[in-house]
Design a protein around this ligand. Structure first.
Ligand SMILES: [Zn+2]
Length: 71
């Protein structure tokens, strides 16, 4: 069974983290706050989510959004 892509690991202890907050900054940028679930670690951090490439083009594209089409 492949690892879930929705799981984010703590960069320090590699334990799965819980999403506690998401904030959409712009169309192309979202910040996600994670809390490490390892009680001996306790790391809380913010990660950025941004589209990096298009695999299938949008049928309802926005003129302001340019995401490279790369396989
Ligand atoms: Zn941790």
């Amino acid at each position: 069974m492949p690892k879930s892509s929705n799981k984010t690991q703590c960069p320090h202890c590699e334990t799965d983290c819980k999403t506690v907050k998401t904030k959409q900054i712009s169309r192309m940028y979202r910040e996600v706050t994670y809390v490490c679930q390892n009680p001996k670690c306790g790391h809380i951090f913010v990660a950025s989510v941004t589209p990096v490439r298009t695999l299938a083009p949008s049928a309802a594209p926005c003129d302001d959004v340019r995401i490279p089409v790369l396989a």
